[in-house]
Design a protein around this ligand. Structure first.
Ligand code: RIB
Length: 307
């Protein structure tokens, strides 16, 4: 078990751990069709764990709060956190529920399709956060996503505010959220479809992202970063907005690209970089990640980036 070291780059991730069962397919199968795929792999994933690993590989000192089942997948996922140098003492084991599993297909056009059974992730509750709340004291960021219950996410954000810890929310997978959460969020990082669901406005390009960002800022969020895939990232605060174009690459698998971006962005902010420079670090990491297969397996290490 990894011990948690104190450092100015301490990042706390509250979120999901899933075992990713990944298969490449030439194209998406039709309903009722059996299609032969290839290159099957089983590897640790989940938006929370991916973001924790991205933070760790890109230079952060990371602790994760989450829940796995009392099964082989749960053991493997905890062991993989330890191997990444992530403090896992606050990843609990639920005796009654299977570990989270994601069944992922990636087609020859680099499109992924994900079916999730969240399992033990759904059991992460306020009491687990309360028991680990001390981790937030002096932390550079609390990183949240939506593969654990919304009530737990809301509780985590409230706790972070008690400790004056900045909060980043990646509202993925897309879900409606209670209004009381918005003023607690320092950095909101949705993709196009998540921004569209949260605002009720279509988001497909930079101009529509600008409109959505405005609407999200009006809800009380302090900084909005809408990820636009190959079109880059749109960054907005109440003082300025800016489009940051993507680094041009040949993508083979975009699974986990948002998680890698969030890791790089969080580490960049923890290092004292500006909003734009932290986002560029995240973009650089994600650009390299999408040239490789897998989610967690594609996340680069800092030494691979020229920064
Ligand atoms: O963001 C990618 C992740 O989404 C995968 O690792 C999978 O587990 C799903 O949660």
């Amino acid at each position: 078990m990894t011990s948690f070291k104190s450092s100015s780059r301490r990042l706390i991730v509250v979120g999901s751990l899933n075992m990713d069962l990944v298969m490449r397919v030439p194209r998406a199968p039709e309903a009722g069709e059996t299609l032969t795929g290839y290159d099957f792999v089983t590897q640790p994933g989940g938006k929370g764990a991916n973001q924790a690993v991205a933070c760790a590989r890109l230079g952060g000192n990371v602790a994760m709060i989450g829940r796995v089942g009392d099964d082989a997948f749960g053991c493997a996922m905890r062991a993989s956190l330890v191997a990444e140098g992530i403090a896992d003492k606050t990843v609990g084991v639920d005796a009654e529920t299977a570990s989270g599993v994601a069944m992922i297909t990636v087609d020859d056009a680099a499109q992924n399709r994900i079916s999730l059974a969240l399992g033990a992730n759904t059991k992460l509750a306020a009491e687990h956060l309360d028991a680990a709340a001390g981790l937030l004291d002096g932390a550079a960021m609390l990183v949240l996503q939506l593969e654990v219950p919304v009530a737990t996410v809301l509780h985590a954000a409230k706790l972070a505010k008690e400790y004056r810890c900045p909060v980043l929310l990646n509202p993925a997978p897309a879900a409606a959220l209670p209004d009381e959460i918005w003023p607690l969020i320092d950095y909101l990082v949705p993709n196009e479809s998540e921004a569209a669901l949260l605002t009720g406005k279509p988001v497909t390009d930079v101009p529509t992202a600008a409109v959505a960002a405005e609407a999200l800022l009006a809800k009380g969020v302090k900084h909005v970063l809408i990820t636009l895939g190959s079109k880059g990232v749109f960054v907005a605060t109440d003082k300025f907005s800016q489009h940051l174009p993507a680094f041009p690459v040949e993508a083979v698998d975009t699974t986990g690209a948002g998680d890698t971006f969030i890791g790089g962005f969080s580490v960049g902010l923890a290092e004292g970089k500006s909003l734009q420079d932290a986002a560029r670090l995240g973009q650089r990491a994600a650009a390299l990640g999408v040239t490789r297969h897998g989610a967690q397996s594609s996340i680069p290490r800092r030494v691979e980036l020229s920064t």
